[in-house]
Design a protein around this ligand. Sequence first.
Ligand SMILES: [Zn+2]
Length: 249
Amino acid sequence: MRFYLGTHMPSWLTKPELENVPLFISHRRLKQYRTLRPARTAWALDSGGFTELSMFGEWRTRPSDYIAAIRRYRDEIGSLEWASPQDWMCEPYILQKTGRDVVWHQYATINNLLELRFEAPELPIIPVLQGWTRDDYLRHVDYYAKCGIDLDREPLVGLGSVCRRQHTAEAADITAALQPLNIHAFGAKGDAIAKYGRLMTSCDSMAWSYAGRNRPDPTCARKTCSNCLHYALDWRQKAQQEKDPDNAQ
Ligand SMILES: [Zn+2]
């Protein structure tokens, strides 16, 4: 399983300590920088949809602007492995913001991918599954097929709106139902990696940052470790080594 460390700090892309640690960074952060430096590590791009839909109840970033930004990141930063589309999450909180239902969000997510791939076929933009129940996700796979996209043939398929939920068992059940797709789980919590990391091709997580807020390292001079590289690397290593308590050998 490939684990992308989520970070708010684009400067981490150039840190020698992170040369073999793939990063996950949001377009919302990167777009603020006029100067970008070449990365020393591989990374993937988050479109920042959760924040944008939370704030506006719709996508305000035009697909053409998003494409221009991805091309710029590819050229100026380099080492970009893949980018998220401008997908539509299906958490009840987000549905309330947009005033649309799950099926609308699912088709809007496919529409956006088709548009991005049509306009920029050279960019590595991945399809993303959205939904709320297990059946929603399975139906979304069918919708993709109807629109001409066979997810079985995709090297990576993002799985959205799963990891933020409280019940890890439900998230594990959904991920299992989508096998044998090559799943990337967005925003995985620490216990998700232990519980069902074996069902993922990859995942990303910023959970270390929340954990670091309340549990600073006693050897660290800062009040909180929510932005500390040492804390992120420790957390990443522990999360990858943790065993599923229900399945311990
Ligand atoms: Zn620290």
